[in-house]
Write a protein that binds this ligand. Structure first.
Ligand SMILES: Nc1nc2c(ncn2[C@@H]2O[C@H](COP(=O)(O)OP(=O)(O)OP(=O)(O)O)[C@@H](O)[C@H]2O)c(=O)[nH]1
Ligand SMILES: [Mg+2]
Length: 198
C-alpha cells in the first residue's frame, strides 16, 4: 500500500462522532506508550500526524485519519494504564470495546506490543478478545531498534508463545526510528483494504 495523503479527520469521544463515509478501517490498539502514534507517523511518513506523547495515557479518544480516500487508520485509546480513575477507565474501555464489537467498517486490527518485553496480561486479554470476535489481527512488535538484531527472533518467538499466536496471525517487528518493518506492515494492511489485490 502506497500512501500519498494522510489527514486527521476527527477525535471522537462517542460513536455519534465517527465518520460516515463507509471507507474500510484499520484500527491500532495497544498499551499506552507502546508506540501507536509513532507507528502511524512512520506508516504515513508524517512527523506529526499523530501526537507522540510525553505524558502517556492521554489518548482517550478514538482518532480517525483518512488515508488517500482509501481507508481510515484509527488510533484507539491505550489500555492498561494504571494512573487513571476507575470511572474514566471504564468509560474509555466501553468506547474501545464498543468500537471493536460494532463497527462495520472495521476490517482488521493492528495490535502493538513492545518488542523488548513479554506481553502483559492486558495484551493477552486483548488478543484473545479480538480472536474471539473473529477480527483479523496483525501483531507489531514496536521499538525494534532497542533490541539487538541477535535477540529479535527470540523475542518474537517468546511474544508469539505468550500471546498464543496461531500460525495465520503475522507478527512483524517495527522501528519508528529506522523504518525497519514499515514496508512489511504496509503490505499486510493492503490485503485488508483490497482483499482481491486490486
Ligand atoms: N526508540 C524508539 N522509541 C519509540 C519507538 N516508537 C515509539 N517510541 C517512543 O515511545 C514513546 C511513546 O510513543 P507514542 O507513539 O506516543 O506511544 P502511544 O502508544 O501513541 O502512546 P499513548 O497515545 O500515550 O497511549 C515516545 O517517547 C516515543 O518516542 C521506536 O520505534 N523506537
Ligand atoms: Mg498515541
Amino acid at each position: 500500500m502506497k500512501i500519498t495523503r494522510a489527514e486527521f479527520v476527527v477525535s471522537a469521544a462517542s460513536p455519534r462522532q465517527f465518520p460516515r463515509e463507509g471507507l474500510p478501517e484499520i484500527a491500532f490498539v495497544g498499551r499506552s506508550n507502546v508506540g501507536k502514534s509513532s507507528l502511524l507517523n512512520s506508516l504515513t511518513r508524517r512527523k506529526n500526524l499523530a501526537k507522540v506523547s510525553q505524558t502517556p495515557g492521554k489518548t482517550r479518544l478514538i482518532t480517525f485519519y483518512r488515508i488517500d480516500n482509501r481507508c481510515f487508520f484509527v488510533d484507539l485509546p491505550g489500555y492498561g494504564f494504571a494512573r487513571v480513575p476507575k470511572a474514566v477507565k471504564e468509560q474509555w474501555a466501553s468506547l474501545l470495546e464498543g468500537y471493536l464489537q460494532n463497527r462495520e467498517e472495521l476490517c482488521g486490527v493492528v495490535q502493538l506490543v513492545d518488542l523488548r518485553h513479554l506481553p502483559t496480561a492486558a495484551d493477552c486479554q486483548m488478543f484473545a478478545w479480538l480472536q474471539h470476535y473473529g477480527i483479523p489481527v496483525l501483531v507489531v512488535g514496536t521499538k525494534a531498534d532497542k533490541v539487538s538484531r541477535g535477540r529479535r527472533r527470540e523475542q518474537e518467538r517468546q511474544i508469539a508463545r505468550t500471546l498464543g499466536l496461531p500460525p495465520d496471525v503475522p507478527l512483524v517487528s517495527h522501528s519508528a526510528k529506522t523504518g525497519e518493518g514499515r514496508e512489511e506492515v504496509l503490505q499486510l494492511l493492503a490485503k485488508w483494504v483490497s482483499p482481491a489485490g486490486t
